[in-house]
Design a binder for this molecule. Structure first.
Ligand SMILES: [Zn+2]
Ligand SMILES: [Zn+2]
Length: 434
């Protein structure tokens, strides 16, 4: 069964997240986005864990569905053409802060539990180590390797995935507080890492440049802090909907099971290039190297972006090809997308994708054609054009073909991707046409 999975999200119990992040709204928005499997996020948080236990029921091994009585509590009505089964799988993101080799390390990791029972066992252990009760994404003063060891001691069936691996401030390869290799971080336990999350600011070709990642599955998730941001990135699988199948697809990185990812254009991510947000300075890696990493305006250190870091740690040249015979075995196809509401906003010349005009058209499209992923990836665009959406169909064609205008993000400032400028660029291959 073809499945779209988003394994990294947060609940309303994480800091700086939307109050709407409860199970009924996640259930509704997953359908509208076109997501079949969604991480619960935040399972270490006692209240959230209680909601998971009360409102979900296990309908396949380790996969849970929202009880029918809860479904009417969603704030939005799911259009009939978007309706689908949504499975939840227990996940959490944990932040570790610790000292190793004289440097402070700050690393985020996603843990996927085989079921809620195992999640509860982990919660019990972590509750003794640090504070898991105040933030859905708990911060522990624990070495990431020790956390991995603890998880494996409970069960080898957990998945442990370094999160947004290149983010400067909180990631295993982060320029500010990470490492140069997974080995430095996880040492002899490194073989228990089967996947890394590439994050919004990097795409698979950037990650293919490091031989140390050759055997890992590159996963992509939304890291959503509101229901509307679900599926900013996601994974494409062909598996039965249950946890052992998900685990096997990632652990054995089988080409017929883990099909690939849906990605942001990496320039849209908040940390693609180098720069200084306060000074409005954004530089390509070569430029910031020439300036010895210092801001030309204020003279302080620039925040080095993901492209810079990849360049620094890469031991292979960049290949644009999606010719998988020439790539290593774990490499997978990917599609780059732009969120539909953003595209609609650009088309209307409206600044914010949350404005009522944009939202009206967004919901109109979902009601007529199906989920957001279906519209962006699969909808026949002649149909769209014939039904009065000529301009939008041109935008989606441009996106599918990779003819986009990019203004890259830096130092926490999101980049901007535009499609309605008639930009001529290289073609992006269509990979997952069903
Ligand atoms: Zn994080
Ligand atoms: Zn500056």
């Amino acid at each position: 069964m073809r499945i779209v999975a988003d394994l990294h999200i947060h609940s309303k119990y994480s800091r700086a997240t939307s109050r709407d992040l409860d199970l009924p709204n996640l259930w509704a928005w997953a359908q509208m986005k076109g997501i079949d499997v969604i991480g619960t996020g935040d399972f270490t948080h006692p209240q959230w864990f209680q909601e998971l236990s009360e409102q979900l029921e296990e309908t396949a091994l380790g996969f849970y569905q929202l009880k029918e009585a809860e479904q009417s509590k969603a704030k939005v009505a799911v259009p009939v053409v978007c309706q689908r089964d949504v499975y939840f799988v227990p996940t959490v993101e944990i932040s570790t802060i610790y000292k190793k080799k004289d440097r402070v390390r700050k690393i985020h990791q996603i843990i996927v539990a085989p079921n809620l029972k195992q999640a509860a066992r982990l919660n019990e252990k972590l509750d003794k180590i640090g504070n898991i009760r105040s933030d859905g994404r708990p911060i522990l003063g624990l070495d990431s390797k020790e956390l991995l060891k603890l998880v494996l001691s409970l069960s080898e069936d957990f998945l442990y995935i370094p999160a947004h691996a290149w983010t400067p401030h909180f990631a295993v390869f982060g320029s500010q507080s990470g490492f140069d290799s997974l080995k430095e971080c996880y040492e002899e336990l490194t073989p228990n890492i089967y996947a890394i999350e590439t994050g919004l600011s990097s795409d698979p070709p950037m990650n293919w440049r490091l031989s140390q990642l050759d055997n890992l599955v590159l996963v992509s998730n939304s890291d959503a802090h509101s229901p509307q941001k679900l599926g900013r990135e996601a994974n494409l699988l062909d598996i039965e909907p249950n946890y052992p199948a998900l685990y096997q697809a990632i652990r054995e990185h089988r080409r017929d099971q883990f099909l690939g990812t849906i990605e942001f254009f990496p320039e849209e991510g908040k940390y693609h290039l180098d720069g200084h947000r306060d000074c409005g300075v954004c530089l390509e890696p070569q430029e910031s190297l020439k300036r010895e990493g210092l801001c030309p305006k204020c003279g302080r250190k620039l925040v080095l972006g993901v492209l810079h870091l990849v360049e620094k740690l890469a031991d292979k040249p960049y290949v644009e090809t999606q010719d998988f015979a020439s790539l290593h075995t774990a490499a997978r196809p990917f599609e780059s997308i732009i969120p539909l509401a953003e595209m609609v906003a650009e088309m209307m010349g409206v600044k914010s994708s949350t404005s009522p005009r944009v939202q009206n058209l967004y919901f109109e499209l979902l009601a007529k054609f199906g989920s957001e992923f279906f519209i962006l990836r699969q909808l026949d665009l002649t149909t769209l054009a014939n039904m009065g959406y000529q301009k939008l169909s041109e935008g989606i064609v441009a996106m599918r073909e990779g003819r986009v205008l990019k203004k890259a993000g830096y130092d926490g400032e999101f980049g901007v991707i535009k499609v309605f400028q008639g930009v001529k660029q290289k073609k992006q291959m269509k990979l997952f046409s069903d």
